[in-house]
Design a binder for this molecule. Structure first.
Ligand SMILES: [Zn+2]
Ligand SMILES: [Zn+2]
Length: 103
């Protein structure tokens, strides 16, 4: 990554890339930052893989919080303790946005 002003190399500083020569700074690209890598891993740990969408049940009463589409694939996941309620995961049939519902 190079500074658009002075073409110097940008260096990471927290969640931003900063220029060594001028005071240009920009947020780190969400696909490369270590922070977002951790978030991605969290996602993979929390949300089950919706791989078999053809075989997954669809809840027609759910609305996607992102695109407002009606209808979402759903998946139940048991939490570690039997005392805890199960968590329902949804995935929009239209935009593929995933979310979960705590019961
Ligand atoms: Zn610069
Ligand atoms: Zn959606």
């Amino acid at each position: 990554m190079f500074c658009p002003n002075c073409k110097s190399l940008l260096r990471p500083d927290g969640e931003e890339l900063v220029c060594n020569r001028c005071d240009y700074r920009r947020p780190i690209d969400p696909t490369v930052g270590s922070m977002s890598r951790n978030e991605l891993e969290d996602d993979l740990r929390e949300v089950p893989v919706f791989s078999d969408l053809d075989t997954m049940p669809i809840d027609e009463s759910q609305f996607c919080p992102k695109c407002n589409n009606q209808g979402a694939y759903w998946h139940l996941r048991q939490t570690r303790s039997a005392d805890e309620a199960t968590t329902r995961f949804y995935r929009c049939t239209k935009c593929k946005h995933s979310w979960r519902e705590y019961s």
